[in-house]
Design a protein around this ligand. Structure first.
Ligand SMILES: *Cc1c(COP(=O)(O)O)cnc(C)c1O
Ligand SMILES: [Zn+2]
Length: 422
């Protein structure tokens, strides 16, 4: 376990030992970055070793994670990650791009990117002997925690806003979590869950609060590099280095996915496994754009908004990982963009029809952002662009129906059918 050296505050740079703090910086509430011993990791594992791995999950990267092997072999906890990387040719043609990649994280055990974080938090919870894990969630983080906890046999409590989509609430309930719907916003649920964790001695998974969520999410950056390298380099010699796409597009709510990705790329750069970090483009809904607003103003001060968007998973008043999320774009030469709800629904439709990937609105937001970026000439047609879908469309069927329209109902005869089809 000595590869896990401790934490470093993202605001004041104060350093802490592994057992000195649990969540955020005691001095200023800043998000904590996990500090790893790259020397030690480099001696343990290489890209060549990974090329031989038969573990097609995030756990292939265990030597790069600050947790012990969580066990629970043969459960969905071991099936998180290593999601497919597609080359959506028709989508690329529509955009006039030559090299487009689509990584579908809707194909995780509970159908969202959040499984990566929840799996690693469960591993940490086991290590510190936590008896109950709690999280606030707009739906997916809770569903992921509930699913991973069911795999590990650990009790969890989920606080979600009562407006969470029904399918996500169904996931929470069916996995056996204690579910409490809060008559308020996600932000209200967030504050309450922290209070409850302190009062009842629960371990709190909250996004942008628990430093282990970003460590789980960084595994997507590892997969992006490893899978991309195999995909473009099929004819090349086995290598000690990985290739990277030029830009990665991802949707942003609290900002923990984009900062997790940034951390993953920084890990790989520190290890000497990649030579550069892709430009990270954070896409927010126009109705929930606190980080975008700060990016445009050129300030690191993030002012809360009153969030209102169809993309419930990125509907956030006060982003809990805003500072690191902002830097993920500014330090990599990327940018923040916003898209309107209509553009998000159009993206849900286009992803499904042209790439056969069914995304929930927050997942499709990344692609809507790429459409916007192409329109603004922020990407060049020869660049290698990777878009991440973060959630499956079945999680929000009413939103999909808005994008798809209604089917027609007919009398069961050929004439009626012919009429309906014309
Ligand atoms: C949580 C989530 C996001 C945004 O992640 P943040 O860490 O909040 O920025 C995007 N898409 C989906 C489907 C999500 O569940
Ligand atoms: Zn600090």
């Amino acid at each position: 376990m000595s590869k896990f050296l401790g934490y470093c505050c993202s605001i004041c740079q104060a350093e802490y030992g592994p057992d000195e703090v649990t969540y955020t910086c005691p001095k200023d509430g800043g998000n904590l970055n996990v500090v790893l011993d790259y020397e030690r990791i480099r001696k343990q594992i290489s890209p060549e070793d990974l090329a031989e791995s038969h573990d097609n999950s995030i756990w292939r990267y265990l030597p790069l994670l600050p947790v012990d092997d969580p066990g629970h072999l043969g459960t969905p906890l071991r099936a998180v990650g290593w999601t497919p990387l597609f080359t959506p040719t028709r989508l690329a043609q529509h955009l006039g791009l030559h090299h487009l990649w689509l990584k579908d994280d809707g194909r995780n055990p509970t159908a969202s990117f959040k499984d990566r974080a929840s799996a690693v938090v469960i591993a940490r919870a086991q290590m510190i002997g936590a008896e109950v894990v709690v999280t606030a969630s707009t739906g997916n983080a809770g569903a992921a925690l509930a699913g991973m906890a069911a795999a590990a046999g650990m009790p969890v409590v989920i606080l979600a806003p009562k407006t969470a989509p029904q399918a996500k609430v169904a996931q929470l309930l069916i996995f056996g979590a204690r579910v409490v719907l809060v008559d308020g916003t996600y932000d209200d649920a967030f504050d309450l869950s922290i209070e409850a964790a302190e009062a009842f001695d629960w371990y709190c998974r909250n996004t942008g609060y628990n430093p282990f969520t970003a460590e789980g999410k960084k595994t997507a950056a590892f997969e992006i590099c490893e899978q991309y390298t195999y995909a473009v380099g099929a004819v090349r010699e086995p290598t000690l280095h990985w290739e990277t796409p030029d830009a990665v597009f991802v949707s942003v709510g609290d900002g923990n996915i984009i900062s997790g990705l940034h951390k993953g790329f920084k890990d790989l750069l520190s290890l000497g496994w990649i030579e550069r970090i892709p430009k990270l483009f954070g896409i927010q809904s126009e109705g929930s754009a606190a980080i975008y607003n700060a990016f445009i103003k050129g300030t690191e001060e993030i002012v809360p908004v009153k969030a209102d968007t169809i993309a419930d998973s990125i509907s956030v008043d006060l982003p809990r990982d805003g500072l690191r999320a902002l830097r993920a774009a500014s330090q990599t030469g990327g940018a923040y963009l916003t898209v309107r709800d209509e553009e998000i629904l159009a993206a849900v439709r286009d992803l499904a029809r042209d790439a056969a990937v069914f995304a929930e609105p927050a997942g499709a937001t990344a692609y809507a952002g790429l459409v916007e970026a192409v329109g603004q000439n922020l990407v060049q047609k020869n660049e290698h662009i990777l878009v991440l879908n973060t959630g499956n469309g079945l999680k929000d069927v009413p939103a999909a129906m808005k994008a798809a329209g209604e089917a027609s109902v007919i009398k069961p005869n050929l004439e009626a059918l012919q009429q309906a089809l014309t």
